[in-house]
Design a binder for this molecule. Structure first.
Ligand SMILES: Cc1cc2nc3c(=O)[nH]c(=O)nc-3n(C[C@H](O)[C@H](O)[C@H](O)COP(=O)(O)O)c2cc1C
Length: 178
C-alpha cells in the first residue's frame, strides 16, 4: 500500500474478528516500530506483545477507555525506559503511530488505548495496574496499549475536508497559506 493510502485508511478500529494475527505480521509491525525516530537516537522503547486472551481481558479492565481491547487478539504495550531518555513519551508516541500505520498497511485494524497519566481506580494509576499485571519494572514507563486484529467494523477513510487550512500559517501566524 502506498504511503498516502495508508494514512488515509488508518482509522481507530475497536472491534476485531476472532482470528489470530500471524507471528510474521507481528514481526513486521515491530520492525516498523523500531524504524521510528527517537530523541538523540536513544531508542528507549520496550514493547510487550500480549497474545494471551486472559491477559488481554485483564488489560481491557485497566480503564473504561480501553475496554475495546477485549475483542483484540493482540495487544502491544508501548513503554519507554525513563533512565535511557527523558523524551520517552515523544519517542513512544511516534513508535505507537508507526505500529498503527504498519497494522493498516498489513490489512489489520488498530487503536490506541491510553494509559499514561490516567487512573485505574481511585487509588491506582492505570500505569501501575498494567505494570503489576505484566511484571513491567518501575523504570519502564507505559504510554499506551495498541489493540490490533482483523477488523470487525468498517470505517470510511479520511477525506480532504478534514484538512484545516485555517490552522496553517505562512511565515507569520494568521497569514494563511490557502
Ligand atoms: C494520544 C491518544 C490517546 C488515545 N486514547 C484512546 C483511548 O484511550 N481509547 C480509545 O478508544 N481511543 C483512543 N485514541 C484514539 C482516538 O480516539 C482516535 O484517534 C480519534 O478519535 C480519531 O479517529 P481515527 O483514529 O479513526 O482517525 C487515542 C488517540 C491518541 C492519539
Amino acid at each position: 500500500m502506498e504511503f498516502f493510502e495508508v494514512v488515509r485508511k488508518r482509522r481507530s478500529i475497536r472491534k476485531f474478528q476472532n482470528k489470530e494475527v500471524p507471528d510474521k505480521l507481528i514481526e513486521k509491525i515491530l520492525e516498523a516500530a523500531f524504524y521510528s525516530p527517537s530523541s538523540r537516537n536513544r531508542r528507549p522503547w520496550h514493547f510487550v506483545v500480549v497474545k494471551d486472551r486472559e491477559l488481554i481481558k485483564k488489560l481491557s479492565e485497566t480503564r473504561p477507555a480501553v475496554k475495546f481491547l477485549e475483542t483484540a487478539p493482540l495487544a502491544i504495550v508501548v513503554g519507554g525506559d525513563e533512565q535511557i531518555s527523558s523524551a520517552w513519551i515523544y519517542d513512544c508516541s511516534i513508535a505507537a503511530e508507526h505500529i498503527q500505520l504498519a497494522a493498516t498497511a498489513l490489512g489489520l485494524g488498530a487503536c490506541w488505548g491510553h494509559i499514561h497519566e490516567r487512573m485505574h481506580d481511585d487509588n491506582k494509576t492505570a500505569e501501575d495496574y498494567v505494570r503489576e499485571l505484566l511484571g513491567i519494572p518501575k523504570n519502564i514507563r507505559i504510554l499506551c496499549i495498541i489493540g490490533i486484529g482483523y477488523p470487525a467494523e468498517e470505517k470510511p477513510e479520511h477525506r480532504k475536508d478534514e484538512i484545516m487550512w485555517e490552522r496553517v500559517h505562512l511565515n507569520r501566524f494568521g497569514n494563511h497559506l490557502k
